[in-house]
Design a protein around this ligand. Sequence first.
Ligand SMILES: Cc1cc2ncn([C@H]3O[C@H](COP(=O)(O)O)[C@@H](O)[C@H]3O)c2cc1C
Ligand SMILES: O=C(O)c1cccnc1
Length: 357
Amino acid sequence: MLLTETVNKIGVLDQQAMAKAKERLDNLIKPPGSLGQLERVAVRLAGISGQPRPHIGKRVVIVMAGDHGVVDEGVSAAPRDVTWQMLPTFIKGVAGIGVLARHAGASITVVDVGVAADVDIPGVLKRRVRAGTGNIAAGPAMTREEAVAALEVGIDVALAEIAGGATLLALGDMGIGNTTPSSAILAVLGGYSAGEVTGRGTMINDEVLEKKRQAVARALEINRPNPFDGVDVLAKVGGLEIAGLAGVVLGCASKRVPVLVDGFITAAAALIAAAIKPEAKNYMLASHLSGEHGHGLMLELLGLTPMLHMGMRLGEGTGAALAMHIIDAACRVLDEMVTFEEAGVMDMEEEMLHKED
Ligand SMILES: Cc1cc2ncn([C@H]3O[C@H](COP(=O)(O)O)[C@@H](O)[C@H]3O)c2cc1C
Ligand SMILES: O=C(O)c1cccnc1
């Protein structure tokens, strides 16, 4: 089975490459640690790739799309059909992710893992496991077999991109209603109540927010997901695009390729991947802190520090695409800055010794 095979390949970070990267950063012509998180990102990339001076070349944003039965509860400000209607705009490069991916030199791969409408959109990879999930406020989102199939779609897509030369993948989501299952996932895996994790998604009003909280509470009550079984949580209160994205994380981790987590929905997918295989967290980088309430709690559970604080709350992979600029900057600093020795600049320790003389 592709899932088991992939999970078994996921291991620890390369400590030797990290130590070498850290040593070089400490010897560059600057006070130690003065480039802050940029340095920590560079060290993490070294540990992921196993290269003391990592190079990021081809990068791809993978946008997974799926629909959600829970939309019937009136939890979103947008109608279900917006899910499929957005897909051609991704392909044309005119949506938020189109612009930001282009700006970051990334291509976009759009995958239909579970759109409800009977449509075929040119340019979209059709890997539909089922036409939308069941309503989680009334029963499970999908069967365990469907959850595994959707996870494997994600693994398959990630492995194909990596085989095609991608050295960095970013997660993007499209699915009206998907902040509801994402809230439910956070509640189960973080041990929170529905009230603590449910936010405004597409900027819903107070009345809709209350309905959404109740839908999340009912989803937890009716389905009783097992927090120690990531696939069970995914099948009972997840989503098809969330499953696909969790699969992308596992695929990247199995190939030692860094994966950029975007906002609330992709972080829910990252939580599922981490519940399936805790070491998968090693290969994740948090791009930004979303404006969606609860995203910070997810990143905390994952042990990730976001690079950007932009108040973005769109999804689609937009925050992840923007953070690619930081990834590039981190690699270039590590590779292109010179050491005290290379520059013939007296290093700080040496100077201290002189002062003591
Ligand atoms: C036009 C439009 C474009 C989007 N692109 C991403 N989302 C984001 O909003 C949705 C989640 O919010 P909720 O759970 O409140 O429905 C997802 O599709 C997510 O990708 C969009 C939403 C809309 C309306
Ligand atoms: O954090 C996100 O990515 C997000 C938040 C609200 C709606 N859609 C996406």
